[in-house]
Each structure stands twice: as structure tokens, then as C-alpha cells.
Design a protein around this ligand. Sequence first.
Ligand code: HEC
Length: 136
Amino acid sequence: MAACRTRSALRSLVASLLMRSPRILAAGLTLVAGVTLVAACSGGSSSSPAAPSDDPVLVEGQQVYSQNCASCHGAAGQGGYGKKLAGVVTEKYPNIDDQIAVITNGKGAMPSFSKKLTAEQITAVTRYTREVLGTK
Ligand code: HEC
């Protein structure tokens, strides 16, 4: 994201200033700490909870979620216009296929994703809501 790039550019600017002028070291360090805190961008394209990086399906699920679902269900699945998903879906849909069906076909105000996402993406995002958001 552009904002993240801007912040890391700012960080390296601060770092190079520090190199040149040890006198502002103390003030500079405080500033760097502050900037680093603000720049908690975690490298991803969203603020949805990170999927374990060793599971490519969950990583894809996170991407699909932040691009297609977070706007209604909240970045962390906490709910918004759409229902709360975090911690709810595994109980409500003990069989994952029933949840996949809701996302594929839609339900009430929930849009159908059968034309927008592949079956693989729907499975990935469903697993993401159960295994990453579901533990919140
Ligand atoms: C336009 C807003 C919107 C978007 C985008 C959206 N949803 Fe929904 N979703 C809803 C609404 C509203 C409901 C409640 C439907 C109902 O029960 O009548 C819902 C319900 C659900 C349910 C069932 C929840 C339950 O308690 O039964 C699941 C699962 C779900 N959405 C997952 C997703 C996933 C995954 C995505 C992204 C691929 C997504 N939704 C995108 C609005 C949305």
C-alpha cells in the first residue's frame, strides 16, 4: 500500500538523519519508535488477521476475505452490515459444506459468489473464516 511505502521511506529518512547527527540520537530514537508503531502495516494488503504463512490455502483465503468480505463482515469477522463470523461459523455450520453453500449461493442480503470467485477461492475463504477468524 502507498501509505506503507511512505512510512518506510520516512523511517529510512529518519535513520539517515541519525547517521549524520549523533546529537539528535535520543530524540531520533523516540521518533523512530513512534513511526514504527504507526507503521504497523505488517506488509499485507489488509488488516485482517494473518493466516499462517505455511498454509497457502489459508493465505489465499485471507486475501479473498479482505477483498470480498471484510467490507460487510468486518476486517476481523466481527460483523458490521454482514453478520459476525468470527467464532460463530464453526458452531453454526459444523459441516463446512453447508457454509460453502451459503457463500456460493448467497442468503438473504448476502450476495452469491458463484460467479465472482472460483470454487477453490470459496473453499479457501471458508477455511480462513473457520480456522483463522474462528478462533477469535
Ligand atoms: C454486501 C455485504 C456482504 C458481503 C460482501 C459478504 N457478505 Fe456474508 N453476509 C452478509 C449478510 C447481510 C449476511 C446475513 C444473511 C442472512 O442471514 O440473511 C451474511 C451471511 C454470511 C454467512 C452466514 C452467517 C450465519 O451466521 O449464518 C457467511 C458464512 C458469510 N456471510 C460469509 C461471507 C464471506 C466468506 C464473504 C466473502 C466471500 C461474504 N460473506 C461477503 C453480507 C455480506
